[in-house]
Design a protein around this ligand. Structure first.
Ligand SMILES: [Zn+2]
Length: 255
């Protein structure tokens, strides 16, 4: 009887921890991960209600006729009047709308390096990793030409990092960015969940992570359409990543 009770309590405790990690991870990221790993930007400090939107894996393309793509995403952001940072995959520039990079820059968005393929590259050695980084940078600059493209942000695939990788990234003049509010959109939860998740986890200095892929673009459009007004009603301003950091001391600068 006593043993069954302990097993029951252990199971309940584990389930609670798991639920907190899945449903309310932002506090852990903000108060534990960010101070532990200042080389990575998960979120900004400061108390003012500002958030940055980051969108990974684009530019996306229509798999079926009429499907929305990154261009509809740019239209929506323009209508909502909010900036975003697009973490672009080098090889997706071959499939996505050729005008995406120029239009995103003209609309005032920032671009980040998300390496050549949508994969976890934490197992690559320095040379192979930097090849990914450099070739993506080259493609991005080519797509942006003749406009100069200052690239500052890098997000490695799947969010997997290790300390040597962070040093390689820094040596190339980039900052590694992950995020603090990821509503599990790549797992295709219902819109209501994504909307609830963002509202429950948002905090001053939050970095929201969404995805611009053929399988997520429709949900990303719907989520942004709902979440941006939700955040604004709560007094949050959506700002560019650079402006988010201007709000409070950069953890790296302190660290
Ligand atoms: Zn990705």
């Amino acid at each position: 009887m006593g043993r069954a009770l302990w097993i029951g309590l252990a199971l309940l405790g584990s389930a609670t921890c798991l639920a907190v990690l899945v449903l309310r991870p932002a506090w852990l990221i903000r108060w534990v991960l960010q101070p532990l790993l200042p080389e990575v930007l998960f979120c900004a400090r400061g108390r003012s209600r500002r958030v940055a939107i980051t969108i990974d894996d684009g530019p996306s393309w229509a798999v079926t006729p009429g499907q929305p793509t990154s261009l509809e995403l740019l239209d929506l952001l323009r209508r909502l009047r909010v900036p975003a940072t697009f973490f672009v995959i080098g090889e997706h520039l071959d499939h996505g709308a050729p005008q995406f990079v120029a239009r995103a820059l003209a609309d005032g968005h920032a671009l980040g390096n998300h390496l050549q393929r949508d994969q976890i590259f934490a197992c690559l050695d320095r040379r192979a990793f930097l090849q990914q980084l450099d070739s993506t940078e080259e493609r991005l600059c080519h797509a942006a030409a003749p406009r100069p493209l200052p690239l500052r942000w890098l997000r490695p695939g799947g969010g997997w990092v290790h300390l040597p990788m962070l040093r390689w990234v820094q040596a190339r003049g980039y900052r590694t960015v992950l995020g603090s509010v990821f509503p599990w959109d790549t797992f295709h939860p219902p819109l209501a969940f994504q909307r609830w998740f963002v509202g429950a986890n948002v905090h001053p200095g939050a970095i929201l992570v969404l995805h611009d892929r053929p399988d997520t673009i429709a949900a990303t459009l719907a989520t942004l359409e709902a979440v941006v007004p939700d955040l604004q009603r709560r007094g949050y301003a959506v700002v560019a990543l650079d402006d988010l950091l201007a709000d409070g001391p950069d953890p790296l600068a302190d660290g």
